[in-house]
Design a protein around this ligand. Structure first.
Ligand code: UD1
Ligand code: F6R
Length: 371
């Protein structure tokens, strides 16, 4: 049921304040007046000790689910102090990469049925790793075959392009980082800021959704383009990959997410006055580096669209031709949840304007159950 929406993708983008609320329901604890805040993931509570003792946490997934894990990686490293590595499921299988008994392998999958992710799970089970699932589908193969896990509870996702599952996956993995990290005096302020941020996240997402018209106007401008680059780094490297994935899979426009730190190692050669480039430059520890990326792209006459924190337009824009997407600011590790929304809206509007099928992009299936 699409309600008053024209497409499932549109509905699922717009219902993110609600899906995020259900993802967090019952899992964020505000203990009375003591102001003590914590996270409770029922499916993991008996396994946290084992996870904390592991030598490495390895995220395994495909497509959007992989990108969600990439977005959560920095906060998991920071709060747990455990090395976190990333594996695209098919690549792990191609290489038969090392997985050990001392590893915690986290399988991220909206459907819980993706063939490559499922085979990687069998492989990790054979190698004796503790296997944790993060899935949206109760009773799915990944939910059943993992040792433990967390349901993201985002509600059924119908559109082939994953949108609300992505943001709920990130939120669950941020909560996972809080749960594994545990309470220490030294990280208490940081933890409280993140938990406060989680409580307020649905409101911030509601606010960023107001950019719908702005993104539609931007889509009109880009309708006939052949290609769109998206530059991000740090917490928003994943946002760049995910924004580009959305544009290519539904709008059928070539798009590439680029780690801004790699700009001079090749991508800079593409820059001219025609190719549109989105640069994500919201406030976090990478902000000044992104400002210098903008300057360098501007010096090559790059056609810039800058995503920045509210109030930063004048600070980040090198000239009057630069387009801006101003988004609400949040705690650094939650900012990717905010920043992906305008890119989801852009992909959606581009698709409709270009006359393509939004909910069932050509050649794609919602759940990839074959290799
Ligand atoms: C559970 C109930 C929820 C109830 C809540 C109340 C289910 C599915 N969930 O939620 O309805 O409101 O208790 O306390 O009945 N699991 C895996 N792999 C995965 C995902 C989950 O093994 O990929 C396991 C978990 O380890 C857990 C179980 O499935 O044993 C349920 O997980 P989850 O729904 O996340 O647990 P709760 O949030 O506690
Ligand atoms: C992109 C998309 C795919 C899936 C991928 C993994 O919008 O939907 O990239 O994310 O096929 O699917 P799950 O998460 O079901 O394992």
């Amino acid at each position: 049921n699409k309600g008053h929406y024209e497409h499932y993708m549109q509905k699922e983008i717009h219902e993110q304040p609600e899906s995020l609320t259900t993802t967090m329901r019952g899992r964020l604890i505000h203990r009375g007046s003591s102001k003590s805040k914590s996270v409770l993931l029922g499916g993991l509570k008996d396994h946290l000790k084992t996870i904390r003792r592991s030598r490495r946490i390895v995220f395994i997934g495909c497509g959007t689910s992989y990108n969600a894990a990439l977005a959560a990686r920095p906060i998991l490293e920071e709060l747990s102090g455990i090395p976190v590595t990333m594996e695209i499921a098919s690549d792990l299988l191609d290489r038969e990469g090392p997985i050990y008994r001392e590893d915690t392998a986290v399988f991220v999958s909206q459907s819980g049925e993706t063939a490559d992710t499922l085979l990687a799970l069998e492989y990790a089970l054979d190698n004796g790793a503790l296997c944790v699932g993060i899935t949206n589908t109760v009773g799915s193969a990944i939910a059943r075959n993992t040792h433990c896990g967390v349901h993201i509870n985002a509600g059924a996702e119908i559109g082939v392009a994953s949108t609300k599952a992505y943001t709920s996956q990130i939120v669950v993995m941020v909560m996972l980082a809080l749960a594994i990290g545990g309470d220490t005096i030294s990280n208490q302020t940081r933890r409280e800021a993140i938990i406060d941020g989680l409580f307020d996240l649905p409101n911030k997402v509601r606010e960023v959704l107001k950019l719908d018209q702005v993104m539609k106007e931007l889509a009109k401008l880009l309708i006939a383009e052949q290609s769109l680059l998206v530059f991000g780094r740090g917490y928003n490297y994943a946002t760049a990959l995910e924004g580009a994935l959305k544009v290519k899979e539904v709008a059928l426009m070539h798009s590439e997410g680029i780690l801004a730190g790699e700009m001079k190692h090749g991508p800079l050669a593409l820059v001219d006055e025609n190719l549109p480039i989105v640069v994500i430059a919201t406030r976090d520890a990478c902000f000044s580096k992104q400002q210098s990326v903008i300057q360098q792209l501007h010096a090559r006459k790059g056609r810039l669209i800058v995503m920045c924190s509210k109030g930063d337009a004048a600070t980040v824009c090198p000239n009057e031709y630069c387009r801006v997407i101003e988004v609400p600011e949040d705690v650094d590790c939650l900012q990717p949840v905010i920043n992906v929304v305008p890119l989801q809206l852009l992909a959606y509007h581009l698709t409709v304007l270009r006359g393509f099928n939004v909910d069932q992009p050509r050649n794609l299936a919602k759940s990839v159950t074959t290799q």
